[in-house]
Design a protein around this ligand. Structure first.
Ligand SMILES: Cc1cc2nc3c(=O)[nH]c(=O)nc-3n(C[C@H](O)[C@H](O)[C@H](O)COP(=O)(O)OP(=O)(O)OC[C@H]3O[C@@H](n4cnc5c(N)ncnc54)[C@H](O)[C@@H]3O)c2cc1C
Length: 364
């Protein structure tokens, strides 16, 4: 290993120094990382961890930063950008198919390949930005489905034991947009691959009106996984900004889960409020409702809302997406967020929770 002007070189890796993190979040804000390196093979994880340990530096592994907002103060440790590739179908019969994908693979290209097998399970999660490794961290979901439904296990480097481990679904503590990787064991596991199980099945009824409308318009009564993928891609393209063109991290707030009483109160005030009962989701408490946070924001005038002071806006077709038009800092973004959260609290007496992670958190 030797030091150079721009960083360090070890056996397999190049470690860059003082790197702007705005290039590693699709919101394009944030300070600098002291060190940053791409990880292309599993062996490099061990090497990177040893390098950081020698210098007593914290580590964060990331994908493409489509769910990260970096703090303005940056990160005084080593960022590992996961680029571990691989896609393998390792067991297939008439009814089932198991696939393993490298954590650095683009999520949607894995969905595309999975759907092409004709088996079901990932089609509703089409076109979600990010990597395979980022997906279990918040148990990605869309249109009433989530990763946990197909997830078998993942392989990760365990920072506590210093070796590779295999973690089955039952130990991942998946919930609505969460898992142990985002809560109790945040930062402990550096994910290297995922194994997923797809099955041959008749599609369940769709619960989302945009999807229902698409299928009706296209006269599709028995949609195949390919039909659902096509519908999801078309709907997402019409409603969400492409993060490679418009700086954003997708839905900025999670859809709130409310009690039946609170739900009744909300629909009395706003009869057309989009919401879903707990029976549509395996992980919601009985009798509760999931309320569309985007609809709440729309009701109070936050759709296509532009704030010149902070340089932030909400997206024209989906109020839940905050867009960085010309913000100078994450402080600007957080000031804009506060305007929205305060107004929702005042009008609906509800507290919106931020979905993308604000990193680094204090304990890292
Ligand atoms: C336009 C848009 C639409 C979106 N739509 C959806 C949606 O419909 N549903 C949804 O759930 N999400 C959505 N998202 C959020 C985002 O796409 C997902 O959360 C995605 O899984 C993040 O992947 P990533 O590789 O970018 O992870 P990053 O943003 O890089 O990282 C997110 C978190 O995961 C950790 N992490 C990432 N990779 C690894 C790894 N290999 N090992 C250990 N930890 C890791 C990071 O440390 C961080 O804590 C959307 C985002 C955008 C920009």
């Amino acid at each position: 290993m030797h030091a150079s002007r721009s960083g360090y070189t070890t056996n397999n890796m190049n470690i860059l120094e003082n790197v702007p993190l705005s290039g590693y979040s699709t919101m394009r804000l944030g300070g600098n990382a002291a060190y940053l390196s791409e990880i292309n093979q599993k062996i490099e994880v061990t090497e990177a961890v040893a390098w950081a340990k020698e210098r007593n530096l914290p580590i964060i592994m990331i994908g493409v930063g489509s769910n990260i907002v970096w703090k303005d103060e940056g990160f005084p440790g080593l960022i590992l950008v996961n680029k571990i590739m691989g896609f393998e179908v390792f067991s297939e019969d008439e009814e089932n198919i198991y696939i393993t994908a490298g954590a650095g693979e683009n999520w949607d290209s894995v969905v595309e390949r999975a759907v092409a097998t004709g088996k079901s399970g990932l089609e509703y999660l089409s076109l979600i930005p990010g990597t395979v490794g980022g997906a279990p961290v918040q148990n990605i979901g869309a249109y009433g489905h989530e990763l946990a439904e197909t997830f078998v296990s993942l392989e990760a480097y365990d920072m506590q034991t210093g070796g590779l481990v295999n973690i089955p679904a039952i130990e991942c503590e998946f919930g609505y947009r969460t898992s142990r990787f985002k809560t109790t064991d945040r930062g402990r596991f550096l994910i290297t691959s995922l194994t997923l199980h797809l099955i041959k099945q008749i599609q369940e009824p769709v619960y989302y009106h945009w999807l229902e409308d698409y299928l009706k318009t296209h006269q599709i009564t028995h949609p195949s996984p390919t039909d659902i993928r096509r519908a999801v891609i078309e709907i997402r393209r019409s409603r969400l900004p492409d993060p490679t063109l418009v700086a954003n991290v997708g839905s900025f707030f999670a859809n709130p889960i409310v009690s039946s009483d609170k739900y009744q109160e909300l629909v009395e005030q706003h009869p057309r409020l989009a919401s879903w009962p707990s029976r549509c989701f395996w992980d919601l408490p009985d009798g509760s409702y999931k309320v569309a946070a985007g609809a709440l924001l729309e009701y109070i005038g936050f759709k296509d809302f532009h704030d010149e002071t902070t340089g932030m806006a909400t997206w024209q077709n989906q109020a839940l997406v905050l867009v960085n038009e010309h913000a100078n800092s994450t402080a600007d973004l957080l000031a804009f967020k506060k305007i929205i959260v305060d107004k929702v609290k005042q009008i609906f007496d509800m507290t919106l929770e931020q979905e993308p992670e604000l990193l680094p958190i204090a304990s890292l």
